[in-house]
Design a protein around this ligand. Structure first.
Ligand SMILES: NC(=O)CC[C@H](N)C(=O)O
Length: 362
């Protein structure tokens, strides 16, 4: 028996300070959340929806099939820190190259149980040769709640519009609130030209683009902090088909008279069962969210629900051509049961109109 000095501490909002092994040094803070996904660590760590959070993996060994940038969902790691029972060297090297603190050799089952019982909570992390529990507590004291990150859209969105061509005639205006790359490629793979636009794009900029679909992406934080995206939905509902994924669903609901609320610990994983209200068909879905649509409002119907807790997983208004999902139909990571969503979205486009405009533009 010998004593191993700890070189990492995580201070939790419930008052505990837990020792760990430091893998990547640094001091940071964020909302402590967990994912139950057993694969897909590269996709999750590069998902912009995790901005300002600390991501705990409940699966014990993270990194067992290496790190390949072709699986990245954006160009950087978004959680402020990563926590696992055991990280492989590959993942540690990657996180170190991005200056993202990482800790392991910690009882993640206990952490996850605390989050499930007490809810997602603020935490502070200190990793390094001479850190003390007090250093982690100091980080915790500086930690803001998710809804206090009012400019979080700016941290994750493109600064200037980007065009990703799909080769077809359909133009999608994708409002980038922190979009995963797979949303863009799921659309370009189906021939759509995707205009990735800043999260605060104006109504007149969208008008000038004359898109066939207005698409609100996933994104981090509280949907209440994406007011401009909601303004776009209000302005174009009924004029242009509208789609949304995750934060996109929440923004669409808020714009059309619905409300959102914070969940206790959210849904993060790749095996969340969702039932279609009309057909009774159940699909397995990938999820990563901490807020949910509480009331859909008068204009939207709940078309899909989470089998575990009944929360709204799909909303629609067939007359206005609005369709949204709370889960991630693009998967990455996760099951491909729901890729058909992108066909449904592009199916809302009036192709006669698109063709006419394409000809007129020539
Ligand atoms: N993946 C997302 O778009 C997450 C949406 C929102 N930030 C939430 O936590 O609920």
């Amino acid at each position: 028996m010998f004593l191993v000095m700890s070189d990492a501490y995580i201070a939790l909002a419930d008052g505990r300070v837990v020792e760990a092994r430091g893998r990547v040094p640094g001091r940071t803070r964020g909302e402590l959340v967990f994912t139950t996904a057993y694969t897909g660590y590269e996709e999750s760590l590069t998902d912009p929806s995790y901005e300002e959070q600390v991501l705990t993996f409940s699966y014990p060994l993270i990194g067992n099939y290496g790190v390949r940038d072709e699986r990245f969902e954006s160009d950087r790691v978004h959680p402020r820190a990563a926590v696992a029972r055991e990280f492989t060297e590959d993942v540690v090297e990657w996180l170190a190259s991005e200056d993202v603190p990482a800790i392991d050799h910690i009882d993640t089952r206990d952490l996850v149980t605390s989050i499930r019982e007490e809810g997602a909570m603020k935490c502070g992390i200190a990793v390094g040769d001479d850190v003390t529990p007090e250093d982690a507590r100091e980080e915790l004291a500086k930690c803001k709640g998710m809804s206090e990150h009012v400019d979080i859209g700016k941290q994750v969105s493109v600064d200037e519009p980007e065009l990703h061509e799909g080769g077809g005639v359909t133009d999608v205006a994708l409002v980038d609130c922190g979009a995963k790359g797979s949303i863009v490629s799921s659309l370009t793979d189906r021939g759509a030209n995707v205009h990735v636009l800043p999260y605060d794009t104006s109504v007149s900029d969208i008008e000038a683009l004359e898109p066939d679909v207005l698409f609100i992406s996933n994104g981090p934080g509280d949907p209440a902090n994406f007011e401009q995206a909601a303004t776009l939905v209000e302005a174009f509902a009924g004029e242009v088909p509208i789609a949304g994924i995750c934060l996109g669903q929440q923004v669409v609901a808020r714009a059309l008279g619905g409300t959102t609320e914070k969940m206790a610990f959210g849904h993060r994983g790749v095996n969340q069962p969702v039932i279609d209200v009309e057909t009774g068909k159940v699909v397995m879905t990938t999820q990563n969210h901490g807020y949910t649509v509480a009331e859909p409002g008068d204009q939207l119907d709940v078309t899909q629900r989470n089998v575990n807790d009944d929360t709204a997983e799909g909303l629609a208004n067939d007359e206005l051509n609005v369709i949204t999902r709370q889960y991630h139909p693009e998967a990455n990571p996760g099951p491909h049961d729901t890729l058909g969503f992108f066909d449904e979205v592009l199916g809302m486009v009036d192709h006669d109109d698109t063709q006419r405009r394409a000809v007129a533009d020539d």
